[in-house]
Design a protein around this ligand. Sequence first.
Ligand code: ARG
Length: 422
Amino acid sequence: MTDLLHPHEPAASYLARPNQVHRVCLLYSGGLDTSVMLKWIQDEYDAEVVALTIDLGQPGEDYGVVRGKALQLGAVDARVVDAREEFVRDFVAPAIKANAVYGLGYPLFTALGRPLIAKIAVEVARETGCDTIAHGCTGKGNDQVRIDGTVATLAPELKIIAPVRDWKMGRDEEVEYARKHGIPVKGGTEVAPYSIDDNLWGRSSEGRWIEELGHAPDDDVFQLVTRPEEAPDESEIVTVGFEEGVPVSLNGERLDLVTLIERTAQFGIRHGVGIVDHIEDRIVGLKVRDIYEVPAAAILLQAHAELERLVGTIHQNRFKPQVDQQWAYLVYAGLWWEPLRSDLDAYVDEVNRRVTGTIGLKLYKGTARVVTRESPNAVYDAQLATFSESGGLFSQQASPGFIELWSLQSRLAWRLRNEQSG
Ligand code: ARG
């Protein structure tokens, strides 16, 4: 029997035993779970808490308020880190180059954010002398895999606690605990809210009626994107300029990537673009439903994929989606730090060296459709593609000879089968 299997030992080597917890870096959102946690850790472990809130471009968040709340609840230090630039440069840009979508439409905004959040937690924990990192993930989700996995990889000396996995409080008990300890609960306590996670690459809602597969979305879930029914009657065209696979301009205006993503989102929001009603296979085995609002990703990923196909050969274009799919799966699965991911990035970057040009999309009542394409690297020759003429690199008289050889095996096989059955 190894230590790990002893019933009184933690289930994993990186989990903290109570006597190891003295100073905790808590990933703090300001919501109910992590607010209750901030207090609970102080009481349960007799430990100090450093609250850490990370700005990945969550729309409408007031970080001053979040920080104030942490201090009011007894945090010895409350830090807010603006990680938007690092997020878009090191996580979202590679995702765009890899056309990163999991399943049938999840652009991985949460999955991309977690390894960065956990990496910053490691940095802050080390800086502030913490022995433990705490987070608000449940024991049923993917986020615990991404955060625990990152901390265990980057900082084997740090321990982890995830109180929601252990404390067995339901929402009612948490609200009760909050009331007893003077923790403000925003939005009232009557109805359980949707479970929301968001950043500048998208927003997800889970819980409530979303868990009933037969329940079509209630309107109130859409807090970001305009419902297509209410979007303007006039369409609008946006053009996205790319250099080596990364978006650099919007409607001809050069922008840093944070601003470009935020402005693109505004276009999508107005026209109802980027609503995804998604059934998803989680890493921990569960199948769940998420409602996503991904206005920027819906536009930029489509534009990128279109441009990439324009500059790629048929062989590259048949192969790249396999690489992309593997990349998305690793990231979804919390394996950001796995070397295969950076191996794949080497290929993805090589392909993207030629992904320069401009794509125009027409936005209209919930759809984004590519309407214009332009690139100095397009493997496209209007002369050759036209129906009418022959000449240059293409001889129409050569086509029948090609067809004879191209179809040879299929014709032989067809004849054989017919003879055998006849
Ligand atoms: N299903 C998505 C994922 O696993 C979104 C998760 C949102 N996270 C959350 N804690 N609500 O990446």
